[in-house]
Design a protein around this ligand. Structure first.
Ligand SMILES: [Zn+2]
Length: 596
């Protein structure tokens, strides 16, 4: 690996299937069909006096079918993400969603039987279930909110062309967008990722132009995208609250995460209570870039003009090296992703935006997608996505039902990995501009992943209520703008074009209330990272134990075992204390205004 310089390229999906055209995909679908027919035959054996061995065997059948369908569905999805404009991939992606809906329908009887089983036999069978115990426990959490089998079937079928179709429509519309911007006298056509690089440009006029062009394009479709959002929020309300009986739109996500409502309320309240840290940060930042006050366009401005870029190979080396210093086993796991060519780092038009890590099933190394442009930020993103991959691989001894952690812990390994890499860069690269850039970046990032996300969730809470009350798209835009005003107070000049910013937050569309998991995960990691610095070696096994638990237990129990109490506001405030210290450190630096 040391001899051949890695370049960002397209990933290989061959371990899933050799090609979209070959017979293998159809064969797998037939095999899946056979497995499901076999599974359906266990239906008449499902009685309260079912033997433990028989129950475990049924669970095993189900888990194998989940592995099979995960390969089929993820293949279509990953093909689609590598080229969203490819028609074959579009149809495989759609077929995959259809297959998943059918799978749900054909196996629903088992989950419903399990959910409705009386407590005594459920307890007896759960005790025998071993690896799948927590998965079974989670299914029963939904018991009070579960409808009859025919009703659940109708919802599953209608979702394919309902919520899921709306999300696909949103993604198709927005990933087709192309942006026109003048850079150094040259007019350029850019993708959203390419455009977004300029939001962090050292040139104020370029940052402004990038944001204005971004908002101009979204603004044109605001009535359509806003209507899509309203439909999604109405669907969420009518299904989850009216039909299933959840107490609030947010409570749906909390139960799915198995985090008590009061823990999430505490998290959001503490984020709101500590927003002034960022007011002070933004004011400090204004001094550094020689402005009286920041404009919203300047939020992610680099304080020091660094043109430092990283070759792909260099970035890989930095990431693996910092992992290795923490624990060589971690680096070894990350290396597997490269060795198996499971990373798509290339810049291509039509490729899905952003970055992600996809875990398919425990027997397969996860796949990572990012659009690598060589900025220091891309090095951190690489570490972030590899953190996800490591989390999955540390938990690959679990089953397909319990490998992946639920949302609140899903960002733990990724954010921790990012902090390791940033600390390593701070420790090893003496370039003062890079040092300051990285410190500011850490604060910028903490804002974007903690407070901004918490305010997103606060917006969603209000937006869902407004939609329920018959609010218009304009009303939602007003709610969003007021949310921004509270968030920035007098520290930042808000411009009107940010009213429509909410339309480009994909999470609001495809996973309502997903966003607070970022705040949860990030604040949690600050607290954990502080312990790591204080304890050193003894911290490592506790931390790795959290990761290796995967999704085999509830987040709160996993954290309890590591001595973390997320019910306490004090715990969350501790995360902000780390940020206070970072801000103090920044404040003590000599300001050399105007370098930006
Ligand atoms: Zn992540």
């Amino acid at each position: 690996m040391a001899d051949v310089k890695l370049q960002p390229e397209r990933w290989s999906l061959k371990e899933l299937f050799p090609s979209p055209e070959g017979p293998e995909l159809d064969q797998a679908s037939h095999q899946l069909d056979g497995m499901l027919s076999e599974f359906e035959r266990c239906r008449e054996r499902l009685r309260p006096d079912l033997g433990e061995d028989e129950f475990v065997q049924i669970l095993r059948q189900y888990e194998l079918a989940v592995r099979k369908i995960a390969r089929i569905v993820n293949y279509g999805a990953l093909l689609f993400y590598e080229d969203t404009q490819n028609q074959k991939s579009q149809s495989l992606f759609a077929q995959g969603r259809q297959t998943a809906a059918e799978f749900e329908n054909r196996t629903l009887f088992f989950k419903l039987w399990w959910k409705n089983l009386a407590d005594e036999p459920a307890k007896r069978l759960m005790a025998a279930a071993g690896e799948e115990r927590y998965w079974l426990e989670v299914l029963r959490l939904q018991k009070p909110y579960t409808l009859t089998e025919p009703e659940e079937k109708v919802i599953n079928l209608k979702d394919v062309n309902g919520h899921q179709a709306l999300v696909a429509l949103y993604e198709t519309i927005t990933s087709r967008y192309s942006y026109t911007i003048e850079i150094d006298g040259e007019v350029k056509q850019l993708t959203e990722e390419e455009l977004f690089v300029h939001v962090r440009s050292p040139k104020p006029e370029l940052r402004k132009a990038a944001y204005q062009e971004l908002h101009r394009v979204y603004q044109q479709d605001a009535p359509i995208l806003g209507q899509i959002y309203q439909s999604i929020a109405r669907d969420w309300g009518s299904e989850q609250i009216d039909l299933r009986g959840f107490s609030s739109p947010l409570a749906v996500r909390n139960l799915a995460n198995n985090v008590p409502d009061e823990v999430v309320d505490t998290l959001l309240a503490v984020c709101r209570e500590n927003v002034s840290i960022f007011h002070r940060f933004f004011k400090l930042k204004a001094k550094w870039i020689g402005m009286d006050r920041l404009g919203r366009y300047d939020l992610y401005a680099p304080v020091v003009e660094t043109d430092r870029t990283y070759a792909f190979q260099e970035s890989v080396d930095i990431v693996l090296d910092s992992f290795s210093r923490f624990d060589p086993r971690i680096a070894k796991l990350a290396r597997r992703v490269f060795d198996e060519n499971h990373i798509d780092g290339e810049l291509r038009k039509g490729k899905r935006g952003g970055a992600f890590c996809a875990t398919v099933e425990p027997a397969l190394t996860p796949w990572v997608l990012q659009s690598f442009t060589g900025k220091p930020d891309d090095v951190a993103t690489m570490a972030h996505e590899f953190g996800h991959a490591i989390h999955s691989m540390l938990a690959e001894h679990h089953s397909a039902l319990t490998q992946e952690s639920s949302l609140p812990l899903a960002e733990t390994a990724s954010t921790f990995a990012e902090m390791l890499v940033v600390d390593q860069l701070l420790a090893t690269d003496p370039d003062p501009e890079l040092q300051r850039d990285l410190l500011f970046r850490q604060m910028d990032h903490a804002y974007a992943s903690i407070t901004r996300q918490a305010y997103f969730a606060i917006f969603e809470r209000e937006a869902h209520q407004r939609v329920k009350d018959g609010g218009s798209v304009d009303d939602l835009t007003e709610v969003y703008f007021n949310n921004l005003k509270e968030q920035f107070a007098d520290s930042v000049d808000l411009s009107e074009d940010f009213r429509n910013e909410w339309l480009r937050v994909g999470h609001f569309f495809f996973a309502p209330f997903y966003v607070y998991a970022y705040s949860f995960g990030q604040l949690l990691v600050f607290a954990l990272y502080q312990q790591y610095k204080a304890e050193g070696e003894p911290f490592k096994p506790r931390y790795l134990e959290i990761l290796a638990a995967g999704g085999s237990d509830s987040p709160v129990r996993i954290l309890d075992r590591a001595g973390i109490n997320v019910r306490s506001a004090e715990f969350w405030r501790g995360g902000f204390q780390v940020l206070e210290e970072a801000l103090e450190r920044l404040t003590s630096l000599e300001v050399t205004a105007g370098v930006g």
